[in-house]
Design a protein around this ligand. Structure first.
Ligand SMILES: CC(=O)SCCNC(=O)CCNC(=O)[C@H](O)C(C)(C)COP(=O)(O)OP(=O)(O)OC[C@H]1O[C@@H](n2cnc3c(N)ncnc32)[C@H](O)[C@@H]1OP(=O)(O)O
Length: 426
């Protein structure tokens, strides 16, 4: 495996007048090829470039220096990295987000992903970013780079026939608003939500366009997008929903949820009460639902909620063990020593975590110091937010614990202070 025939270039997306410049246009074509999407028009590419400008994305392209003249122009490998924040419970931690990873089928398994990933992680570590994050197209790719799945998501359908109803009426009220209003309301509500929701990842600028219907799947505005907001008892907006009728061709009548953000459980229940009240529709499809079953617990008939898929969503990769462990809050005190393996080196070592009064202090110990746990950085990353129980990973043979006592202490110390959920797709 060699990457010597390839040239790697980093750049930011650029427009040349109304069109993407050649490098950017070809790079976007390569990404659409990799994900089997339709080739976007120059106008669509320009919309995405303008909308994404504020996210500070660095695009990487891998170019074949031996490409024949007939070959599709542009990179044969693509990769994007940019900086956002991750709510780790008690803090918004700077996070390096990775996305748009593709390698052309004719160049796969030559080490291009490995090269782009290791370069990207090296840059993030050098910049002092303590953690990296991604969502994966397949579950088998990223563990080798130190990523562990920390948050799952559920795809659900909800039956809103008369069986649907809340056990306890929600507080506040709901109003339908013009979807365009979400362009301002949406990001403001999300910012408040991001500050309190463990597992939440800061969103790309394009979200404002998507939830307001300004940017549909084909890059054009989507007039089918509708919106409602929830007001608390004091009349303050504390949640919104963006949704779309799936069309008269669908039986039963169906609404596809685009986004639902609620700052508290009352707003969440209120928005669901509203969705359940929409006439001519008896099914709501949700692409990524709260993992803790709040909806089912709120309903008269929990069987109206059908989980059609429950799978990995947010993958994390700790780059700085001490910074990550000291950043989050803890609900239980404890004194635990971890021996962390990391094939790329960043998080490796033996660390003592001492938790008192909700805060953790980390001391780096000699590598051969005795430890309570031996684990790979992928598994430390998986249990970090608390949604994945360390006991499960111990039983799976992924974490070695010195005793059951230290294992139960670890579970108590790492238990999250609330639900852990990530609604950001990236
Ligand atoms: C964050 C995201 O963007 S997720 C989207 C990922 N992209 C896609 O799914 C699009 C379609 N697939 C592709 O474009 C490519 O097949 C990629 C990007 C997944 C892999 O790119 P490649 O250049 O072939 O990977 P590369 O040769 O660097 O392989 C690196 C390692 O990953 C392994 N690997 C690569 N792809 C896969 C896979 N699909 N499943 C399991 N292992 C894989 C390789 O075996 C290799 O293992 P090793 O180094 O431990 O021996």
């Amino acid at each position: 495996m060699t990457t010597s025939r390839y040239e790697f270039k980093n750049f930011t997306a650029r427009l040349d007048g109304d069109k993407p410049d050649d490098a950017t246009g070809h790079w976007i074509d390569a990404v659409s090829l990799g994900f089997h999407d339709r080739k976007p028009t120059d106008a669509t590419k320009a919309v995405h470039i303008r909308r994404g400008a504020a996210d500070g994305k660095t695009m990487t392209g891998a170019y074949d220096t031996r490409a024949p003249a007939e070959a599709m122009p542009g990179p044969v490998g693509t990769f994007v990295g940019y900086d956002k924040t991750l709510n780790v419970g008690g803090a918004l931690l700077p996070a390096y987000l990775i996305s748009a990873v593709t390698v052309r089928p004719t160049h796969r398994r030559n080490g291009l992903l490995r090269r782009m990933m290791t370069d990207g992680l090296a840059g993030a570590a050098e910049a002092g970013t303590p953690i990296a994050a991604l969502t994966a197209s397949e579950g088998t790719i990223y563990r080798r780079f130190g990523f562990g799945c920390a948050v799952n998501k559920k795809t659900m359908t909800v039956d809103t026939t008369p069986r649907f109803g809340m056990l306890v009426p929600a507080p506040g009220s709901v109003e339908i608003v013009d979807a365009g209003k979400l362009r301002e309301i949406g990001p403001a509500v999300f910012d408040d939500y991001h500050r309190v929701q463990i597992g939440s990842v800061g969103r790309q600028g394009e979200y404002a366009d998507i939830i307001s219907g300004d940017l549909g799947e084909n890059g054009e505005p989507d007039p089918a997008v509708r919106a409602a907001v929830h007001y608390d008892d004091a009349g303050v907006i504390d949640g919104y929903v963006s949704y779309k009728f799936a069309g008269w061709g669908q039986t039963p009548g169906t609404i596809d949820l685009i986004d639902l953000i609620a700052l508290n459980p009352g707003a969440y229940r209120g928005l669901w009460e509203f969705l359940g009240s929409i006439d001519l529709v008896t099914r709501i499809k949700i692409p990524g639902a709260l993992g803790d079953d709040l909806l089912a617990a709120s309903l008269v008939d929990a069987r109206t909620v059908n989980v059609t898929e429950d799978r990995d969503h947010l993958w994390l990769r700790i780059l700085d063990t001490a910074a990550c462990l000291e950043a989050r809050d803890y609900d239980a005190d404890g004194r635990l020593t971890f021996r962390v393996d990391d094939s790329l080196g960043y998080a490796a070592g033996t660390y003592l975590l001492e938790v008192a009064g909700g805060r953790g202090t980390v001391t780096k110990e000699p590598d051969d110091a005795p430890s309570d746990f031996k684990l790979d950085v992928a598994d430390l990353s998986a249990i970090y937010l608390g949604a994945v129980s360390p006991l499960t990973l111990i039983d799976a043979g992924r974490i070695t614990a010195a005793s059951r006592d230290v294992a139960t202490t670890l579970r108590a110390v790492f238990a999250p202070g609330g639900s852990v959920w990530c609604t950001t797709e990236f």
